[in-house]
Design a protein around this ligand. Structure first.
Ligand code: 57M
Length: 357
């Protein structure tokens, strides 16, 4: 909005020229998201506590989680607010990609909100029926995928390390996009099982895709790096910047010992947004590397459940894998920070692939 209000004033004074620059507006999207989180955080945590929206801890989980009973959850409402408001403030709102990201964030956030609400307010521990959750996620992802396909969006996917390899998926691009978005959403959801364990890698991945969006949307840099140029995708730098600020702000309250959990409203929204950023910046396969922690967490569940079903034996002491380390006796902060470190390493490797090709 500020872009539309203030940039036109550059004809009266050159200082308003600065509002045309994506870098300037991204920096202020990060700052606005951070400030909003710090201002609204305490209020929202107090509100959630007063409404007794406290986490119910399953008895079959790691024993040290029992003390977390009653921790306010659904803090993801704060995250979504701190992402969407700065985006509306600083992004070019005629950019359709920005609206696609907002739709995914609000849509997946709504699914998570309903799930959390049923679990915590209606006191029904089952929440939304898992297949309904998945169905609604695929439906919203379908809307985004079909819109991209029908608007002539490039259906080629790039392969890391191989600059000349482009795979044109044609109409299969639609299910591919849906899988990336829904997969990322659920992987983040599974990861959100320790204080700050999900929000840390989400912040790191958002910062990585903030860079990718800027590079992919800049014709000269994209050509120099020989990555797919996606016209107008540069505006997503601002959305990704808001995600970085909102994640950092939420981490202030979610760090061990957490004052608030994000809830499905947060994890589903953030994962869906990351998946959509990966699709529109055309770095979908790299998401497997940038979001490597989320991939490992999801795979640990798949392998554990498959192994248990086939042989009755567990591969891990408990899945997702963060619980395995807990039961091995690692203190919670040690697991969390080591997962953050791995996430940073994976992101640096992913960024290096832009040159290693
Ligand atoms: C998402 N939710 C956390 C919190 C957060 C198939 C199976 C692997 C599913 C999985 C599951 O239930 N996943 C749901 C993970 C939960 O966190 C809430 O959920 C939101 C995110 N969706 O925002 O509101 C618990 O995680 C802890 N937590 C923190 N700090 C945080 O900042 O400590 C969360 C955020 C919270 C809190 O204790 O209650 C969760 O873990 O449920 N199931 C599991 O992950 C269970 N694993 C399991 O059953 N493994 C089996 C088989 C089925 C794979 C096995 O290994 O044999 C574990 N989770 C729990 N209890 N709670 C173990 C049992």
């Amino acid at each position: 909005m500020l872009y539309h209000l203030l940039y036109p004033l550059h004809t009266y004074h050159t200082v308003f020229n600065v509002f045309q620059y994506i870098t300037f507006r991204t920096i202020y999207a990060v700052i606005t998201a951070l400030v909003l989180s710090f201002i609204l955080g305490p209020y929202i945590i107090r509100k959630l506590s007063l409404m007794q929206i406290g986490q119910v801890i399953r008895k079959d989980g790691p024993p040290n989680h029992i003390s977390k009973e009653g921790t306010p959850t659904m803090g993801g409402t704060l995250i979504i607010f701190a992402v969407v408001i700065p985006t509306l403030l600083w992004a070019n709102l005629t950019n359709l990609y920005v609206w696609l990201l907002i739709i995914i964030t609000l849509g997946f956030g709504a699914i998570g909100f309903i799930d959390d609400y049923i679990k915590l307010v209606k006191k029904n521990s089952e929440g939304l029926w898992p297949r309904y959750k998945l169905l609604w996620q695929f439906f919203i992802a379908l809307i985004v995928a079909v819109f991209l396909y029908m608007s002539g969006f490039d259906t080629n996917i790039s392969v890391p390390f191989f600059k000349d390899v482009k795979i044109d998926l044609g109409f299969l691009y639609v299910p591919f996009v849906m899988l990336v978005i829904v997969g990322a959403s659920n992987a983040v959801n599974l990861t959100d099982g320790l204080d700050g364990l999900a929000i840390g890698p989400v912040m790191i991945a958002s910062a990585t895709y903030m860079l990718f969006a800027y590079l992919s949307g800049h014709v000269k840099i994209a050509n120099y790096l020989q990555i797919l140029y996606v016209p107008r995708s540069g505006e997503l730098t601002i959305f990704a910047g808001a995600m970085v600020g909102a994640s950092l702000g939420f981490l202030w309250f979610n760090t061990y010992p957490a004052q608030v959990f994000m809830g499905d409203v947060g994890s589903l929204a953030l994962g869906g947004a990351l998946g959509t950023l990966a699709v529109i910046t055309k770095h979908e396969i790299l998401l497997m590397l940038v979001g490597g922690i989320f991939v490992v967490e999801a795979l640990s569940v798949i392998f554990q459940v498959s192994s248990y079903k086939m042989s009755g034996k567990r591969i891990f002491k408990m899945a997702p894998i963060h619980h395995h380390f807990e039961l091995k006796g690692w203190p919670e902060p040690r697991i969390i920070v080591r997962f953050w470190i791995i996430s940073i390493i994976l992101s640096l490797i992913a960024i290096s692939t832009l040159k290693l090709r």
